[in-house]
Design a protein. Structure first.
Length: 76
């Protein structure tokens, strides 16, 4: 059985928050770096939206991390 989209989004957001906090970067800072608004980053972290692959690319580029760092650690 595969992971539901809502569960994936929640876990993805949790991973983003962990990675962002490791670097001591606020939601506002990340939003500015990615040319997004803070609420958008907040909604990703809370799992209420799933970002596009391009947005994930921007986030990874700005945090200098591999996309795998944001993927949920449980099998899909």
């Amino acid at each position: 059985m595969s992971m539901q989209k809502s569960v994936f989004s929640k876990k993805f957001g949790e991973q983003l928050k962990k990675e962002k906090e490791k670097l001591s970067i606020s939601q506002s800072e990340l939003a500015r770096m990615c040319l997004k608004d803070r609420q958008y980053i907040h909604r990703i972290e809370n799992g209420t939206i799933t970002p596009t692959i391009y947005t994930v690319f921007l986030i990874c580029k700005e945090l200098n991390i591999n996309i795998a760092a944001l993927m949920p650690k449980e099998p899909l």
